[in-house]
Design a protein around this ligand. Structure first.
Ligand code: FES
Ligand SMILES: [Fe+2]
Length: 453
């Protein structure tokens, strides 16, 4: 893949302290090089399968100069096409002003310029005065260009490189680690996007480690201390928490409240999370947590509180037609709390909900990105809410995310300071940062982290 040759499986050598040079975050030249060396080579998560359930349904995805139409054909197959007319290059489906992407249903695609028309297979069906071309307009010259598309986890993935490796191979080991969580069954509770003043890497790195929690989100520390880790996973990386001894892995994932009375701290933690982040939990989990004090005797140990809370919430969801997958606790422990799928997606998975972040460049400006977050959960059949990407100014995001935004903007400024010598990520807790740059350097041919020692 790419000019750097094959992706080599990275051993977890990033346990050693490294310095990440600032160029990848701040250089205009680097951003321009990313288009060809990175964005036109990697698999990109470009939409959700449930957004195009029926024939003719389509959704678009823009990445720098490129735009792709993902379209469900009359045969039910999902296809992807370059969003450009082969006649004289008009973008075929415009993104409505203020929207993140186009989405809708069509029987065919009619170019707005000279009305060349294409069917759902991308084949041209109408050219005014076709004879004028004297027989030169072969199907090849008049059809829409195909783009590689595949699905995994309920998402649509595209790759602009005609010679790319298969999606599944690209996603490993993340795909196999995440499959048991059945992410494809989850639906969005909300999804927000914003054009923000930092590099896309700064945005992704604000969420790929837990080292920042005490400093950025001190409120969470009241609910118990958890030691976080980060691991390199080939092209990808994951992060997680070490579960307190004897506690169920799901509880560590949900960061069950510890402290004096775990019945109370769990309820407080859940309420706080629901109100201030609106992520990483569900209404059922919050409601059951709020009843722990009434339903369990005083002095119930944390392990028992956790078990009761999760078992009860699972049963109550089951009763309303929401079945959490059963995942082996050891697998849950290994899978951690979230995966960074190279280069620009984070999947924060759990058995009943997930929080996903993405960021991509905004034009050729290294100081800007399009940042997106989506929260998913399991719903009873047919009861998932209809959601759309909502453009949301930073001050209108949940308060916990605003704390992260503050860092993102300030990091982007700080990185450009002549006095900044490069990032020094924590080798244990922030290994995902080193992993990203180590892998990026393979595509870009520059910017490899260097060892401090
Ligand atoms: S550019 Fe599309 S029909 Fe002319
Ligand atoms: Fe954060």
């Amino acid at each position: 893949m790419g000019e750097m040759g094959k992706i080599v499986e990275t051993p977890d050598e990033l346990a050693e302290p490294v310095i990440v040079p600032p160029e990848a975050y701040v250089s205009e030249d680097y951003v321009r090089a990313e288009r060809d060396k990175l964005w036109r080579k990697v698999w990109l998560q470009a939409g959700r399968v449930e957004d195009i359930p029926n024939p003719g349904d389509h959704v678009t995805y823009d990445i720098l100069d490129d735009s792709v139409i993902m379209l469900r054909g009359s045969d039910g197959t999902i296809r992807a096409f370059h969003n450009v007319c082969p006649h004289r290059g008009r973008k075929l489906i415009d993104t409505p002003k203020g929207m993140r992407n186009a989405r809708g249903t069509k029987n065919n695609i009619i170019c707005g310029y000279h009305a060349w028309t294409f069917d759902l297979d991308g084949k041209n069906t109408f050219i005014e005065h076709q004879d004028d071309w004297q027989g030169c307009l072969t199907e090849d010259r008049t059809s829409l260009g195909k783009v590689n598309v595949d699905t995994w986890g309920g998402w649509l993935w595209i790759n602009l490189d005609p010679d790319c490796m298969p999606l599944r191979e690209y996603l490993e080991p993340a795909a196999s680690m995440l499959d048991p969580f059945q992410l494809e069954n989850m639906r969005t509770r909300w999804r927000k996007w914003v054009i923000f003043e930092c590099n896309w890497k700064v945005a992704m790195e604000a969420f790929c480690e837990t080292y920042h929690v005490p400093g950025t989100h001190p409120e969470f520390m009241e609910f118990g201390q958890f030691r976080g880790w980060g691991r390199n996973q080939g092209l990808h990386s994951n992060i997680g928490y070490d579960a307190p001894k004897g506690q169920e892995e799901d509880a560590a994932k949900l960061r069950l409240g510890a402290g004096e009375d775990p019945r109370v701290t769990t309820a407080e933690m859940q309420t706080f999370t629901w109100e201030n982040a609106n992520t990483n939990t569900t209404r059922t989990l919050v409601d059951v947590a709020l009843r722990l004090k009434d339903e369990l005797p005083e002095g119930t140990p944390a392990v028992e509180v956790s078990k009761y809370w999760l078992t009860t919430a699972r049963a109550e969801d089951e009763a309303r037609g929401v079945t959490w997958p059963v995942v082996d606790p050891q697998h849950t422990a290994k899978s951690g709390t979230s995966w960074q799928v190279f280069p620009n997606q984070q999947i924060g998975h759990a058995v009943n909900n997930m929080l996903c972040y993405q960021a991509r460049p905004y034009g050729n400006n290294p100081d800007m990105c399009i940042f997106e977050a989506a929260v998913y959960e399991l719903y009873p059949e047919g009861q998932a809410p209809e959601t759309e990407w909502e453009y949301t100014e930073p001050e209108d995001w949940p308060p916990v995310l605003q704390q992260d935004f503050n860092n993102m903007a300030a990091v982007q400024q700080g990185m450009k300071n002549v006095g900044f010598k490069g990032a020094q990520p924590n080798p244990y807790m922030e290994r995902a940062v080193a992993s990203l740059h180590y892998n990026l350097s393979r595509f870009m041919g520059r910017g490899e982290p260097h060892k401090i020692k």
